[in-house]
Design a protein around this ligand. Structure first.
Ligand code: KG4
Ligand code: ZN
Length: 332
């Protein structure tokens, strides 16, 4: 079986081809980072226009790389949300058109669920497990009960963790997107240099708040200034606060919900310090902590394909072609 996965939820145009042994035959990601970097963040109108311009070419590239013909495709999986609505619709409408023209089933996929399921590209996982999805748009804890059955048990009340990295980097003028740059500079820094707040860490819930932490950083930076010497220390300190809260709340969720396994996905999951903190603390408590390979943490079509394929099998059918795109994740 040949499975197509499409994601255009934010600023990357992603198309992948997978087979039913979960081998990735192609996974093409066309990044718009250079364009949005000029503005220090994603400009929704530009993102959706670029998707509309590129989707057909990226689809052809994915077919060529996989050495697959369009008529070989058996299942068409696509992100229906959450994301920037214009961007989501570019991929969703393209996939619906393909489904009609090829006469092949169409599966609408939730982008956040796909980050939580991306680990299945690399290994099989027994349900239930707790998933932390941590990216530029989301910081969400999901209880993954069985295939296609999950509940949101925690989320950020304001900024996502990746957004905090990006805004801090933007303030310091060190580049976009900020997460990777902050991580690289932090390697030379002292994590104990400033004890930034760990928002909501003492509350008996699984929610996050990163806006206040970002403000605490900016306030400190304005008051004391940032020099080439102190920048790595300040960034290492704020990265430590983010990793601390993310791991603390996720481990609490796993403990409270009696899950033995934890999967972490999304762009921020590529962060080496986050991986280290999670592994150390999780393993100490006996959890199986699973991270996607760094290359599969960020948005990609393969995670959409694998999630759609598992959902199709579990539900025993395709999605209704009338399904609409959605910008926000529905509460379950
Ligand atoms: O999953 P993703 O590619 O797109 C969204 O769905 O948002 O995540 C992008 C986010 C950005 O905020 C970026 O700064 C962050 O992931 N990111 C990182 C790292 N690499 C990317 N954050 C921390 N450390 C990294 N190494
Ligand atoms: Zn994402």
């Amino acid at each position: 079986m040949i499975i197509l996965g499409i994601d255009t939820s934010c600023d990357d145009t992603c198309v992948a081809i997978l087979n039913d042994r979960k081998e990735i035959l192609s996974n093409v990601v066309s990044s718009q980072v250079e364009i949005h970097g000029l503005f220090g963040g994603v400009v929704p109108e530009i993102a959706s226009r670029k998707h509309a311009e590129l989707i057909d070419t990226i689809y052809r590239n994915a077919l060529n790389e996989a050495k697959v013909d369009s008529k070989d495709i058996d299942l068409i999986c696509v992100t229906a949300g959450p994301g920037l609505i214009g961007s989501v619709l570019s991929g969703l409408c393209f996939a619906k058109g393909l489904s009609l023209s090829l006469g092949k089933p169409f599966v609408a996929v939730n982008h956040v669920e796909a980050h939580a399921m991306s680990i299945f590209l690399e290994r099989d996982v027994d349900f239930p497990y707790v998933a932390l999805v941590v990216s530029g748009g989301h910081t969400t804890i999901l209880m993954m009960e069985s295939c296609s059955v999950y509940r949101v048990i925690g989320r950020t009340r304001d900024d996502a963790a990746g957004e905090a990295f990006d805004k801090i980097a933007k303030y310091l003028g060190i580049g976009y997107p900020g997460g990777r740059i902050v991580e690289d500079l932090s390697k030379r820094g002292d994590r104990e240099y400033v004890r930034f707040p760990r928002p909501m860490i003492d509350e008996d819930n699984y929610d996050f708040s990163f806006s206040g932490l970002k403000t605490a950083f900016l306030t400190h930076a304005k008051k004391h200034g940032v020099t080439d010497q102190t920048m790595p220390d300040l960034l290492a300190s704020v990265q430590e606060a983010i990793c601390d809260v993310l791991s603390f709340k996720t481990l609490k969720a796993a403990r409270d919900f009696r899950a033995k396994r934890i999967a972490v996905g999304g762009g921020v999951a590529a962060n080496g310090r986050l991986r280290e903190v999670f592994s150390e603390r999780g393993e100490k408590e006996g959890f199986d902590v699973m991270f996607s390979s760094p290359g599969l943490c960020a948005d990609n079509g393969a995670m959409i394909a694998v999630t759609g394929y598992y959902g199709f099998r579990a539900r025993g059918g395709a999605s209704d072609l009338n399904i609409k795109g959605f910008s926000r994740m529905a509460l379950r």
